[in-house]
Each structure stands twice: as C-alpha cells, then as structure tokens.
Design a protein around this ligand. Structure first.
Ligand SMILES: [Zn+2]
Length: 99
C-alpha cells in the first residue's frame, strides 16, 4: 500500500548544513588566536582593540587560502568596509606576505 512521504523544504536528504573542518571552512579558534597574537590584538587598519575578527586578505571566495599569511586582524567596522576586496593592511615589515 503506497504511502505519501512529505519532505519539508530544505530538509531533504541531500541538504547539508555547514560542514566543519573542511578546506574552505572558517579559521579555527586556535588559528584566530595565533593571528590576534601576531597582530598584537589590534585592528591592522585603525588600531582598534575592540570587536576584532580575523579577516581573509584575499577572500576564500576569490581563491584565498586559510593560511596565516592570508589572514589579518581587523575590527568589525574595518572588516565590513573592506568587504570582499583583497586588501592587506599588515605592516610590510612585520612579515613577508604575498597578497
Ligand atoms: Zn579597524
């Protein structure tokens, strides 16, 4: 006897939420800590110490990598001002960074 199976939208078996620990995922907590420490817990653009986040210099969506030399500490306003552009605010004397 046939049954009707109702699948609610967005919950089909193929649907996957955010997968963790993959190549294109977000920076891990440990990684963020390392970036903050390297950048002295300061926004590399304006020097703010508040609302800090790790920014991808070259966005992952544009082929950037999840490596430390592609990351910089930015505060929230600076990060959203930067958007998805590729801008490196790191002190060029700090380390060798290829943007
Ligand atoms: Zn800032």
């Amino acid at each position: 006897m046939p049954r009707t199976i109702s699948v609610s939208p967005g919950q089909g078996p193929k649907y996957r939420g955010s997968s963790r620990g993959r190549k294109h995922g977000r920076a891990s907590k440990k990684q963020r800590e390392a970036i903050f420490r390297r950048d002295d817990y300061e926004c590399q653009r304006c020097g703010s110490e508040y609302n800090l986040r790790v920014d991808h210099i070259k966005p992952i969506a544009k082929g950037g990598t999840n490596t430390q030399d592609n990351m910089q500490t930015l505060c929230e306003p600076c990060n959203s001002a930067k958007g998805d552009k590729t801008i490196c605010y790191l002190d060029p004397n700090l380390d060798e960074v290829t943007a």
